[in-house]
Design a protein around this ligand. Structure first.
Ligand SMILES: Cc1cc2nc3c(=O)[nH]c(=O)nc-3n(C[C@H](O)[C@H](O)[C@H](O)COP(=O)(O)OP(=O)(O)OC[C@H]3O[C@@H](n4cnc5c(N)ncnc54)[C@H](O)[C@@H]3O)c2cc1C
Length: 447
């Protein structure tokens, strides 16, 4: 039993079934619960106008409320972890630090620094697996999803998941007013689209039975929208898994994809630098800033692409099928480097996860793990198929309200009062196939 411990909240902003927190409680007499706005990430000041912080602020208030039920409170710092943690350890005579593991490049390095401080100062440091159903190293290395999924399912079955509740423990005395602190740091408002009330209702009421049939339709509200809440650990991924496991295998598979991309980054860390597939490393990407800007600013002339990009920028999120369509368009029709797309998504997505985003971008560009034959999405067909009535497009591009559905789906073959297309998909896909073929030849010459 440790006399004084810290529990460091990160991507696990809840008390229910929080693995690291439960371990900390069981092992400590006094606990200090902290969250750090890491200055290495947010700089010297938070981007006050960035609405992503509104979400985090609401999540922290809510966590503090939950902690109060255990007679605790959350203490928040805006600092460099490598500076504030040693300070707290000295001030409160800390013997152990507990947290849950994170998996991005920066986070791994950060934990290593804290661990080495702990080793030098005779403080124990514990990281638990709270974020994933199966951690990367629990599964033997696989490059393709289907064999990975078989091992993943078997492992999960063996685990016999039981959800746990946090118990009470003494709170280390700290003078801290969370309302004053957060309201000064971030202007008081809620995120316009992602609030905590929304997820509670969503988790309970979402129709997982219909998910298989409807998840691809852009205009319908038929994906779970849980990724944001999973990203911040607002609820336990094990809780979601237990809810869906006997209802929708498709949904369970999506949760496996979430773990799969962590697995790929763990075993093949070079995917952050270059393409997973060696034969795809000689593509001559275009670095055309003007075309890229038009993709970012929803000015491609293809309504389905433009509507999706507007959704991303305005709502900090994008429908999963739409992500695939716009990523294919950027990397295949415009032949722009997938790294530019990855960086733009990073800037805007509230559910941004480095390993998942890199994995999906490479997959969409046909250069990544789980390779499929070169697949180029036709934006016109995708639009017809997955936004049949044009609801999605018209929601984001109301100026197309009076336009004929045929033109909205296929501006190449129909008259439409809208922006001119920036490339003709029919020619672009030929060029793309040719470039992918040539790039393989280039690779062979090098060998
Ligand atoms: C180019 C591109 C970039 C992406 N970047 C991210 C990202 O940064 N962060 C992120 O969480 N997802 C990312 N995704 C995956 C996926 O699009 C989102 O997880 C999903 O759209 C979130 O909406 P939802 O919660 O309604 O998903 P649902 O369809 O309801 O799926 C349920 C859950 O399964 C997981 N999931 C679903 N699809 C995937 C997938 N392809 N890969 C990994 N996990 C998945 C998510 O956690 C999601 O919440 C990306 C996909 C593409 C094509």
């Amino acid at each position: 039993m440790y006399k004084n411990s810290i529990f460091w909240f990160r991507q696990d902003l809840r008390i229910f079934d929080n693995k690291g927190l439960i371990k900390a409680i069981k092992s400590s007499e006094n606990l200090l619960a902290i969250f750090i706005f890491d200055k290495n990430i947010v700089g010297d000041f938070l981007w006050l106008k960035d609405k992503k912080f509104l979400f985090l602020k609401e999540a922290l208030f809510s966590l503090d409320e939950e902690l109060k039920e255990l007679w605790w409170k959350l203490v928040i710092y805006n600092d460099f972890p490598e500076r504030i943690i040693p300070k707290l350890c000295e001030e409160y005579s800390i013997n152990a630090i507990f947290t849950n593991r994170s998996y991005g490049r920066y986070w791994k390095g950060r934990d290593e620094k804290i661990l080495s401080y702990c080793l030098e100062n005779d403080i124990d440091f514990f990281g638990e697996n709270d974020f994933l159903l199966n951690e990367p190293e629990e599964i033997e290395q696989r490059k393709v999803f289907t064999p990975y999924y078989k091992l993943w399912s078997k492992k999960l079955f063996e685990k016999k998941i039981v959800l746990e509740r946090a118990e009470n423990v003494n709170q280390t005395e700290v003078d801290f007013d969370i309302k004053k602190y957060l309201n000064e740091l971030i202007p008081w408002e809620k995120h316009p689209y992602f609030t905590l009330d929304f997820w509670k209702q969503r988790l309970e009421e979402f129709n997982y039975e219909k998910y298989d049939d409807t998840r691809n339709y852009l205009g319908m509200d038929w994906t779970s929208k849980l990724s944001v809440y999973l990203r911040f650990g607002i609820f336990s991924v094990r809780d979601v898994y237990l809810k869906v496991k006997d209802i929708s295998e498709t949904f369970v598979k999506e949760l496996a994809w979430r773990d799969f991309w962590q697995h790929i980054s763990y075993y093949f860390p070079y995917v952050k630098e270059f393409e997973f597939q060696e034969k795809r490393r000689n593509i001559k990407w275009r670095y055309d800033k003007d075309l890229f800007r038009k993709w970012c600013d929803w000015e491609t002339g293809y309504p389905v692409i433009d509507a999706a990009m507007k959704q991303l920028v305005e709502e900090d999120s994008m429908h999963g099928r739409a992500r695939m369509i716009v990523a294919s368009f950027l990397t295949k029709d415009l032949l722009i480097d997938w790294r530019w797309g990855e960086a733009f998504f990073k800037k805007h997505l509230l559910d941004y996860d480095e390993n998942v985003n890199f994995g999906n971008w490479q997959w969409s560009a046909s250069v990544g793990a789980d390779p499929k034959p070169l697949r180029i999405f036709n934006p016109c067909l995708q639009s017809e198929k997955f936004d049949r009535e044009g609801e999605f497009i018209r929601k984001y591009l109301p100026e197309l309200e009076g336009e004929d559905l045929k033109g909205i789906h296929n501006p190449l073959e129909n008259e439409i009062d809208y922006l001119a297309v920036i490339v003709d998909h029919r020619e672009a896909q030929r060029e793309c196939r040719e470039e992918f073929r040539r790039s393989v030849e280039r690779g062979k010459v090098k060998d």
